[in-house]
Design a protein around this ligand. Sequence first.
Ligand code: ZN
Length: 91
Amino acid sequence: MRVISFKKVKTRKSHQCWGCTKEIPIGIEVDRTINIDGNSIGTAYWCPQCAVLWGKLSMEDQSDVFTFGEFAQYCKDTGLAPLMGRGNEKV
Ligand SMILES: [Zn+2]
């Protein structure tokens, strides 16, 4: 996955966070990335929590491919956010 665009946007409809799959409510400021993955292009929205965690990764780790929701598991496995949950689990 290669990030080609990174932008702070205010959500106008609800999205699911790419990192943890939690619902991102309308009207908050989030990070939006546009990625190229193979031949496909995708847009991902990151909730504020995931955006902070993402920022702690090294450049090398950031170029890793994270599928939808996989970032939460990664944070758990690496101890970055051991209590991080998927879906609507409380963190
Ligand atoms: Zn998230």
